[in-house]
Design a binder for this molecule. Structure first.
Ligand SMILES: NC(=O)C1=CN([C@@H]2O[C@H](COP(=O)(O)OP(=O)(O)OC[C@H]3O[C@@H](n4cnc5c(N)ncnc54)[C@H](O)[C@@H]3O)[C@@H](O)[C@H]2O)C=CC1
Ligand SMILES: O=C(O)C1=N[C@H](C(=O)O)C[C@H](O)C1
Length: 271
């Protein structure tokens, strides 16, 4: 029998980092070989299990990502755009699968992720759940079927700690709706209205972000016409859906050709 896939987790103390550690532990085919936190974090140098308030696990929290890449077949990264950009170069160097869940990249930062895709398998998605990825396919189909008599608005709500807006998921849904209409999302995206905005432009895709409490992640894609409205909705109530998706991507990436992939590839839903 082949050995287990060695997985590293970046940002171990984060909301998602802790879920990812649990999800790697649940996966029979995987073993956790290393974790990082940002330099200066209180967990650095401590045993991961003890830092999480449990028994020792024999994995020390490191602030050196290269060390974790060197000992892993796949690294899962839900941190910050800056950290993920640096990690992409290390993934290329180590020929390691890099699963990126981080959101909030600028277009320039997304372009800066590309060179690493020549040498490493890079799986990136603003949402790693099965439900949301299925929703992107539905959104594309509905947008294609309905045309511009239906105004498309995407509304998302997340917990009070979220630092980027609109959410990565909202952007995925916006891209899907634009693709269904055969237009470039950048040309039609209306990201946040305030003041004398003027009437809604036909064909625009509007995005609105709400923040509050402990909301894990909620997304509505609204198709609004005269006299009727269709709402496609995804409600996340447990971050483990994202973590399990990320571990699935890390395992799926083994032995693949270097390149850029997303969760539609991982889930085998590309048509
Ligand atoms: N794609 C998906 O399915 C999902 C994506 N996300 C995204 O994941 C990211 C993280 O979200 P949360 O866990 O809620 O945030 P968080 O702030 O709780 O966790 C981020 C962690 O990364 C650590 N970190 C920052 N810089 C680092 C560095 N240089 N090296 C190592 N660790 C570093 C932080 O100290 C923190 O512990 C966000 O961009 C969020 O939008 C969140 C949930 C699902
Ligand atoms: O920051 C979060 O929490 C989430 N971020 C992702 C996003 O930006 O869409 C995915 C999920 O909605 C939770």
């Amino acid at each position: 029998m082949q050995g287990k896939v060695r997985i590293g987790v970046m940002g171990a103390a984060g909301r998602m980092g802790q879920m990812l550690i649990r999800a790697v532990g649940e996966a029979e085919a995987a073993t956790l070989t290393g974790v990082t936190e940002r330099p200066g974090h209180a967990w650095i140098g401590r045993d991961l299990g003890e830092a999480m308030g449990g028994p020792a696990r024999g994995v020390t929290v490191s602030d050196d990502p290269l060390e974790v890449f060197a000992g892993a077949d796949a690294v899962i990264d839900f941190t910050t755009p800056q950290a993920t950009l640096a990690n992409a170069a290390l993934a290329a160097q180590a020929r390691c699968v890099h699963v990126i869940g981080t959101t909030g990249f600028t277009d320039k930062e997304i372009a800066a992720l590309e060179p690493a895709q020549r040498h490493s398998v890079q799986v990136r998605a603003g949402n790693m759940s099965l439900g949301v990825n299925l929703l992107t396919l539905l959104t594309r189909k509905v947008a294609q079927a309905l045309g511009e008599d239906f105004d498309i608005e995407i509304v998302e709500m997340h917990h009070r700690h979220k630092v980027d807006a609109p959410s990565g998921t909202a952007l995925m849904l916006g891209e899907a709706a634009a693709a269904g209409r055969g237009v470039a999302f950048a040309d039609v995206a209306d990201r946040g209205r305030d003041g004398q905005t003027g009437a809604r432009r036909r064909g625009d895709i509007g995005l609105a972000a709400l923040r509050g409490g402990d909301v894990v992640g909620e997304h509505d894609v609204i198709f609004a016409a005269d006299g009727e409205r269709i709402v496609l909705r995804h409600l996340a109530t447990d971050r483990m859906i994202f973590a399990r998706g990320a571990v699935r991507a890390a395992l799926w990436g083994q032995g693949r050709k270097p390149g850029a992939y997303d969760m539609i590839d991982v889930l085998g839903m590309r048509d």
